[in-house]
Design a protein around this ligand. Structure first.
Ligand SMILES: NC(=O)c1ccc[n+]([C@@H]2O[C@H](COP(=O)([O-])OP(=O)(O)OC[C@H]3O[C@@H](n4cnc5c(N)ncnc54)[C@H](OP(=O)(O)O)[C@@H]3O)[C@@H](O)[C@H]2O)c1
Length: 240
Protein backbone atom coordinates (compact mmCIF):
# COMPACT_ATOMS: atom_id res chain seq x y z
CA UNK A 1 0.00 0.00 0.00
CA UNK A 2 1.43 3.44 -0.94
CA UNK A 3 2.44 5.61 2.02
CA UNK A 4 0.62 8.64 0.62
CA UNK A 5 -2.58 9.06 -1.32
CA UNK A 6 -4.29 11.57 -3.59
CA UNK A 7 -7.63 12.30 -5.25
CA UNK A 8 -7.62 13.89 -8.71
CA UNK A 9 -10.87 15.07 -10.30
CA UNK A 10 -11.17 15.50 -14.05
CA UNK A 11 -8.46 12.84 -14.23
CA UNK A 12 -9.56 11.17 -17.46
CA UNK A 13 -7.81 13.55 -19.84
CA UNK A 14 -5.74 16.69 -20.28
CA UNK A 15 -4.32 18.42 -17.22
CA UNK A 16 -5.87 16.07 -14.66
CA UNK A 17 -4.46 12.96 -16.33
CA UNK A 18 -1.01 14.56 -16.54
CA UNK A 19 -1.16 15.47 -12.83
CA UNK A 20 -2.28 11.93 -11.93
CA UNK A 21 0.77 10.55 -13.76
CA UNK A 22 3.12 12.87 -11.83
CA UNK A 23 1.53 11.80 -8.54
CA UNK A 24 1.98 8.16 -9.56
CA UNK A 25 5.65 8.82 -10.33
CA UNK A 26 5.97 10.39 -6.88
CA UNK A 27 4.64 7.20 -5.28
CA UNK A 28 1.09 8.26 -4.42
CA UNK A 29 -1.90 5.95 -4.54
CA UNK A 30 -4.48 7.79 -6.62
CA UNK A 31 -8.24 7.89 -6.86
CA UNK A 32 -9.05 9.20 -10.33
CA UNK A 33 -12.52 10.71 -10.76
CA UNK A 34 -14.24 11.91 -13.93
CA UNK A 35 -17.70 11.89 -15.42
CA UNK A 36 -17.70 9.46 -18.37
CA UNK A 37 -16.87 5.91 -17.21
CA UNK A 38 -15.43 4.56 -20.49
CA UNK A 39 -13.02 7.46 -20.89
CA UNK A 40 -12.01 7.21 -17.23
CA UNK A 41 -11.50 3.44 -17.50
CA UNK A 42 -9.07 3.99 -20.39
CA UNK A 43 -7.09 6.59 -18.44
CA UNK A 44 -6.95 4.41 -15.31
CA UNK A 45 -5.87 1.38 -17.36
CA UNK A 46 -3.09 3.43 -18.99
CA UNK A 47 -1.59 4.48 -15.64
CA UNK A 48 -2.11 1.04 -14.09
CA UNK A 49 -0.24 -0.53 -17.05
CA UNK A 50 2.71 1.71 -16.16
CA UNK A 51 2.71 0.24 -12.66
CA UNK A 52 0.97 3.01 -10.73
CA UNK A 53 -1.48 2.32 -7.89
CA UNK A 54 -4.64 3.89 -9.29
CA UNK A 55 -8.36 3.29 -9.26
CA UNK A 56 -11.20 5.11 -10.93
CA UNK A 57 -14.52 6.34 -9.60
CA UNK A 58 -16.91 7.63 -12.24
CA UNK A 59 -18.78 10.59 -10.80
CA UNK A 60 -20.45 13.79 -11.86
CA UNK A 61 -18.97 16.38 -9.47
CA UNK A 62 -22.01 18.62 -10.00
CA UNK A 63 -23.83 16.14 -7.76
CA UNK A 64 -23.12 16.33 -4.01
CA UNK A 65 -23.81 12.63 -3.41
CA UNK A 66 -21.37 11.67 -6.19
CA UNK A 67 -18.65 13.76 -4.55
CA UNK A 68 -19.34 11.89 -1.30
CA UNK A 69 -19.12 8.63 -3.25
CA UNK A 70 -15.65 9.55 -4.57
CA UNK A 71 -14.36 10.49 -1.12
CA UNK A 72 -15.85 7.37 0.51
CA UNK A 73 -14.28 5.10 -2.13
CA UNK A 74 -10.94 6.82 -1.64
CA UNK A 75 -11.11 6.53 2.16
CA UNK A 76 -12.01 2.87 1.92
CA UNK A 77 -9.09 2.05 -0.38
CA UNK A 78 -6.32 4.23 1.09
CA UNK A 79 -7.55 5.44 4.50
CA UNK A 80 -5.70 8.74 4.16
CA UNK A 81 -5.49 11.82 1.90
CA UNK A 82 -2.31 13.84 1.41
CA UNK A 83 -3.10 15.59 -1.88
CA UNK A 84 -6.45 16.69 -3.31
CA UNK A 85 -6.52 17.97 -6.89
CA UNK A 86 -9.77 19.80 -7.73
CA UNK A 87 -9.31 19.91 -11.47
CA UNK A 88 -12.64 19.04 -13.15
CA UNK A 89 -13.97 22.05 -14.98
CA UNK A 90 -16.05 23.20 -17.94
CA UNK A 91 -16.20 26.40 -19.95
CA UNK A 92 -19.19 27.44 -22.04
CA UNK A 93 -19.02 30.69 -23.96
CA UNK A 94 -21.98 33.02 -24.41
CA UNK A 95 -22.65 36.72 -24.61
CA UNK A 96 -24.40 38.06 -21.53
CA UNK A 97 -27.80 38.31 -23.19
CA UNK A 98 -27.60 34.71 -24.32
CA UNK A 99 -26.57 33.00 -21.09
CA UNK A 100 -28.69 29.89 -20.54
CA UNK A 101 -29.54 29.21 -16.91
CA UNK A 102 -28.75 25.51 -17.25
CA UNK A 103 -25.25 26.26 -18.57
CA UNK A 104 -24.71 28.96 -15.94
CA UNK A 105 -25.60 26.50 -13.18
CA UNK A 106 -23.42 23.78 -14.70
CA UNK A 107 -20.33 26.01 -14.65
CA UNK A 108 -21.04 27.24 -11.12
CA UNK A 109 -21.65 23.68 -9.90
CA UNK A 110 -18.61 22.03 -11.48
CA UNK A 111 -16.06 24.85 -11.36
CA UNK A 112 -16.62 26.21 -7.82
CA UNK A 113 -19.40 24.46 -5.84
CA UNK A 114 -17.75 21.06 -6.29
CA UNK A 115 -14.44 22.45 -4.98
CA UNK A 116 -16.11 23.75 -1.83
CA UNK A 117 -17.85 20.40 -1.29
CA UNK A 118 -14.66 18.40 -1.89
CA UNK A 119 -12.85 20.46 0.75
CA UNK A 120 -15.70 19.91 3.19
CA UNK A 121 -15.78 16.17 2.61
CA UNK A 122 -11.99 15.81 2.70
CA UNK A 123 -10.98 18.26 5.43
CA UNK A 124 -10.73 15.69 8.24
CA UNK A 125 -8.33 13.50 6.21
CA UNK A 126 -6.35 16.56 5.03
CA UNK A 127 -5.99 17.86 8.60
CA UNK A 128 -4.83 14.44 9.72
CA UNK A 129 -2.14 14.41 7.01
CA UNK A 130 -1.26 18.03 7.77
CA UNK A 131 -0.85 17.18 11.45
CA UNK A 132 1.42 14.30 10.52
CA UNK A 133 3.82 15.93 8.02
CA UNK A 134 2.71 19.61 7.76
CA UNK A 135 2.60 19.32 3.98
CA UNK A 136 -0.90 18.30 2.90
CA UNK A 137 -1.65 19.93 -0.44
CA UNK A 138 -4.78 20.97 -2.31
CA UNK A 139 -4.36 22.02 -5.93
CA UNK A 140 -7.29 23.88 -7.48
CA UNK A 141 -7.25 24.31 -11.25
CA UNK A 142 -8.32 27.88 -11.97
CA UNK A 143 -7.32 29.55 -15.24
CA UNK A 144 -5.63 32.67 -16.51
CA UNK A 145 -9.30 33.77 -16.87
CA UNK A 146 -9.33 33.63 -13.07
CA UNK A 147 -6.77 36.47 -13.09
CA UNK A 148 -7.96 38.51 -16.08
CA UNK A 149 -11.56 38.03 -17.09
CA UNK A 150 -12.69 37.49 -20.67
CA UNK A 151 -15.89 38.69 -22.30
CA UNK A 152 -18.00 35.85 -23.80
CA UNK A 153 -16.31 33.57 -21.26
CA UNK A 154 -17.73 35.75 -18.48
CA UNK A 155 -19.31 33.01 -16.37
CA UNK A 156 -16.24 30.79 -16.73
CA UNK A 157 -14.03 33.76 -15.77
CA UNK A 158 -16.18 34.49 -12.71
CA UNK A 159 -16.02 30.89 -11.52
CA UNK A 160 -12.25 30.80 -12.00
CA UNK A 161 -11.86 34.08 -10.06
CA UNK A 162 -13.89 32.37 -7.34
CA UNK A 163 -11.40 29.48 -7.34
CA UNK A 164 -8.52 31.92 -6.70
CA UNK A 165 -10.47 33.62 -3.89
CA UNK A 166 -11.48 30.32 -2.34
CA UNK A 167 -7.87 29.12 -2.45
CA UNK A 168 -6.74 32.27 -0.64
CA UNK A 169 -9.41 31.78 2.04
CA UNK A 170 -8.41 28.13 2.55
CA UNK A 171 -4.77 29.12 3.03
CA UNK A 172 -5.87 31.53 5.77
CA UNK A 173 -8.14 28.93 7.37
CA UNK A 174 -6.05 25.75 7.08
CA UNK A 175 -2.48 26.89 6.41
CA UNK A 176 -1.33 26.88 10.03
CA UNK A 177 -2.61 23.31 10.34
CA UNK A 178 -0.35 22.01 7.59
CA UNK A 179 -2.84 22.10 4.71
CA UNK A 180 -1.56 24.25 1.84
CA UNK A 181 -3.63 25.28 -1.19
CA UNK A 182 -2.49 26.42 -4.64
CA UNK A 183 -4.54 27.75 -7.56
CA UNK A 184 -3.15 26.89 -11.00
CA UNK A 185 -3.90 29.61 -13.56
CA UNK A 186 -2.99 28.52 -17.10
CA UNK A 187 -3.58 30.18 -20.45
CA UNK A 188 -4.41 27.86 -23.41
CA UNK A 189 -3.30 24.29 -22.75
CA UNK A 190 -3.42 21.64 -25.49
CA UNK A 191 -6.28 19.47 -24.20
CA UNK A 192 -9.72 18.48 -25.54
CA UNK A 193 -11.10 21.61 -23.82
CA UNK A 194 -9.31 23.90 -26.28
CA UNK A 195 -10.33 22.01 -29.44
CA UNK A 196 -12.80 24.83 -30.16
CA UNK A 197 -9.98 27.34 -30.60
CA UNK A 198 -7.45 25.20 -32.48
CA UNK A 199 -8.50 26.83 -35.79
CA UNK A 200 -7.00 30.10 -34.53
CA UNK A 201 -4.25 28.89 -32.15
CA UNK A 202 -2.28 25.83 -33.23
CA UNK A 203 -2.10 23.00 -30.69
CA UNK A 204 1.70 23.07 -30.78
CA UNK A 205 1.64 26.74 -29.73
CA UNK A 206 -0.29 25.87 -26.60
CA UNK A 207 1.09 25.05 -23.15
CA UNK A 208 1.57 21.29 -22.63
CA UNK A 209 -0.50 19.50 -19.93
CA UNK A 210 2.86 18.22 -18.63
CA UNK A 211 4.02 21.83 -18.06
CA UNK A 212 1.14 22.27 -15.63
CA UNK A 213 1.62 18.85 -14.04
CA UNK A 214 5.32 19.46 -13.34
CA UNK A 215 4.29 22.37 -11.12
CA UNK A 216 2.57 19.86 -8.85
CA UNK A 217 5.84 17.94 -8.50
CA UNK A 218 7.45 21.24 -7.45
CA UNK A 219 4.65 21.95 -4.96
CA UNK A 220 5.14 18.50 -3.40
CA UNK A 221 8.79 19.39 -2.79
CA UNK A 222 8.27 22.76 -1.10
CA UNK A 223 9.00 22.85 2.62
CA UNK A 224 6.19 23.19 5.18
CA UNK A 225 7.37 26.81 5.63
CA UNK A 226 6.44 27.72 2.03
CA UNK A 227 2.95 28.26 0.62
CA UNK A 228 2.51 28.98 -3.10
CA UNK A 229 -0.97 30.55 -3.38
CA UNK A 230 -1.12 30.59 -7.16
CA UNK A 231 0.89 29.90 -10.29
CA UNK A 232 0.25 31.58 -13.63
CA UNK A 233 1.22 29.94 -16.92
CA UNK A 234 1.19 32.16 -20.00
CA UNK A 235 2.35 31.77 -23.58
CA UNK A 236 5.27 33.73 -25.04
CA UNK A 237 4.21 37.30 -25.79
CA UNK A 238 0.96 37.05 -23.78
CA UNK A 239 0.19 40.14 -21.74
CA UNK A 240 -1.03 39.87 -18.18
N1 LIG B 1 -7.16 23.59 -21.51
C1 LIG B 1 -7.00 24.86 -21.16
O1 LIG B 1 -6.61 25.71 -21.99
C2 LIG B 1 -7.27 25.30 -19.76
C3 LIG B 1 -6.80 26.56 -19.38
C4 LIG B 1 -7.06 26.99 -18.08
C5 LIG B 1 -7.73 26.19 -17.20
N2 LIG B 1 -8.17 24.96 -17.59
C6 LIG B 1 -8.87 24.15 -16.62
O2 LIG B 1 -8.21 22.92 -16.50
C7 LIG B 1 -9.12 21.93 -15.99
C8 LIG B 1 -8.98 20.67 -16.80
O3 LIG B 1 -9.33 20.92 -18.13
P1 LIG B 1 -8.57 20.30 -19.39
O4 LIG B 1 -8.12 21.41 -20.23
O5 LIG B 1 -7.60 19.27 -18.94
O6 LIG B 1 -9.83 19.66 -20.16
P2 LIG B 1 -10.28 18.17 -20.49
O7 LIG B 1 -9.15 17.39 -21.08
O8 LIG B 1 -11.53 18.33 -21.26
O9 LIG B 1 -10.57 17.54 -19.05
C9 LIG B 1 -11.67 17.89 -18.28
C10 LIG B 1 -11.83 16.81 -17.25
O10 LIG B 1 -12.90 17.19 -16.35
C11 LIG B 1 -13.85 16.13 -16.33
N3 LIG B 1 -15.19 16.64 -16.05
C12 LIG B 1 -15.88 17.56 -16.74
N4 LIG B 1 -17.09 17.74 -16.20
C13 LIG B 1 -17.16 16.89 -15.13
C14 LIG B 1 -18.14 16.60 -14.17
N5 LIG B 1 -19.33 17.20 -14.18
N6 LIG B 1 -17.86 15.69 -13.21
C15 LIG B 1 -16.67 15.05 -13.21
N7 LIG B 1 -15.70 15.28 -14.09
C16 LIG B 1 -15.94 16.20 -15.05
C17 LIG B 1 -13.75 15.49 -17.69
O11 LIG B 1 -14.33 14.21 -17.70
P3 LIG B 1 -15.41 13.87 -18.87
O12 LIG B 1 -14.67 14.07 -20.16
O13 LIG B 1 -15.83 12.48 -18.61
O14 LIG B 1 -16.51 14.89 -18.70
C18 LIG B 1 -12.25 15.47 -17.86
O15 LIG B 1 -11.68 14.42 -17.12
C19 LIG B 1 -10.50 22.59 -16.03
O16 LIG B 1 -10.85 23.03 -14.74
C20 LIG B 1 -10.29 23.78 -16.94
O17 LIG B 1 -11.19 24.82 -16.67
C21 LIG B 1 -7.95 24.50 -18.86
Amino acid sequence: MPERAAIVTGASSGIGLAIARILGEEGYGITMAARRPEKLDGAVAGLAADGFDVHGVAANVADESEIQKVVAAHRERYGRLDVLVNNAGVGIGATVGEIETKRLDMQLDINIRAIVLFYRECVSMLLQAGGEHHNALVVNTSSISGKRAEGWLSVYSATKHAVVGWTEAMNKELGKQGVKSTALCPAFVDTPMTDFVKGQVAAEEMIRPEDIAESVRYLLRTSPACVVPEIMFIRPGDSL
